[in-house]
Design a protein around this ligand. Structure first.
Ligand SMILES: NC(=O)c1ccc[n+]([C@@H]2O[C@H](COP(=O)([O-])OP(=O)(O)OC[C@H]3O[C@@H](n4cnc5c(N)ncnc54)[C@H](O)[C@@H]3O)[C@@H](O)[C@H]2O)c1
Length: 296
């Protein structure tokens, strides 16, 4: 049972802050919205609510985004939601501006909309992954910055795959996998540089790097094929057997709520002097798989 379902009230850790979340319709974006709302925040949320041709699984729908709004409101908080494409800076800016005008402020941004076009052999898949997973992050930051007060918070979602050479950028994963890794490495680097740039205003910038996370991105045919290259048409059950190999702890994936706990901490003033961090929620995946120096 999730913390939202059991009806426990939060402790006001982000009371009356307003947080802009990209990819808010489902998965981790929805979990962030709910965890933050539970702790007193109002939400501005955008999602594409449509599909991208090179991405081999369906993205969220308008109904998904409306459901996030419904669940935030059930927690007694407000959410201004818009259909917007993070590849389009103007759409992202309009959404942030309209949300900040309606909710009165904007304290933090969680740039986390993403696609993972694994296995696609068309170079366009590289560009689509970069356009969503990297450009989309920069566009969200660009849209939020004019509103952020001193002491605000920027959070971007990378991936442990971006930190591990040979994970999603294994040639078997095609141009889509290469683009995903490239974009996630670029997010990590951008956050480093952004942290230095924003530090004089005490605005912090941190990256969150999840391992396999229990969302529709993980539970997709392209991902099942990556984890079970030995099978022609792997099922969810086949993939569940292989997922734990990614992690040091004996789990196949973490839950979106596990990532949301870290996002909540990074939005809250509890993390006010933490910046430029690359924080993993990865069940030991990185330490298990990281490149090791040769043992001479
Ligand atoms: N699920 C995993 O195993 C995993 C692991 C590591 C990192 N991540 C990262 O976590 C983030 C969240 O992914 P998730 O796991 O919740 O998957 P998800 O597919 O459930 O959610 C991604 C959301 O982003 C939205 N989106 C996609 N393209 C968009 C665009 N152009 N404009 C606006 N919205 C768009 C989708 O509609 C969807 O609602 C992504 O950045 C992803 O790369 C996921």
């Amino acid at each position: 049972m999730s913390r939202q379902e059991d009806g426990r009230a939060g402790d006001g850790r982000v009371q009356d802050k307003v947080v802009f979340i990209t990819g808010a319709a489902r998965g981790q974006g929805r979990a962030h919205a709910l965890r933050l709302a539970e702790e007193g925040a109002d939400i501005i949320g955008v999602d594409l609510c449509g599909d991208i041709a090179t991405n081999g699984y369906a993205l969220a729908t308008r109904e998904d985004l409306d459901e996030t709004v419904r669940q935030v409101e059930k927690l007694g908080r407000r959410m201004v939601a818009r259909q917007a494409d993070v590849r389009e800076p103007g759409e992202v800016r309009e959404a942030a501006d309209a949300g900040a005008a309606e909710l009165g402020r904007l304290d933090a941004v969680v740039a986390q909309a993403g696609i993972c076009p694994l296995g696609n052999q068309d170079p366009a898949a590289f560009l689509d992954a970069v356009a969503v997973d990297f450009n989309g992050v920069v566009h969200a930051v660009q849209a939020a910055l004019p509103h952020l007060p001193d002491g605000g918070s920027v959070i971007a979602t990378g991936s442990v795959a971006g930190l591990l050479p040979g994970a999603t950028d294994n040639p078997a994963n095609g141009f889509g996998g290469l683009g995903y890794s490239w974009a996630k490495r670029a997010v990590a680097s951008f956050i480093h540089d952004l942290a230095v740039t924003l530090a004089p205003r005490s605005i912090r910038a941190n990256a969150v790097h999840p391992t396999n996370t229990n969302t529709d991105m993980l539970h997709s045919d392209p991902m099942y094929r990556v984890f079970r290259p030995d099978l022609a048409s792997p099922t969810r059950e086949d993939a569940l057997l292989a997922f734990p190999a990614m992690n040091a702890m004996p789990v196949g994936f973490v839950e979106p709520e596990d990532v949301a706990s870290l996002v909540l901490f990074l939005v809250s003033d509890e993390s006010r002097f933490m910046t430029g961090m690359q924080l993993r929620v990865d069940a030991g995946s990185y330490v298990k798989n990281r490149p090791q120096p040769p043992a001479f």
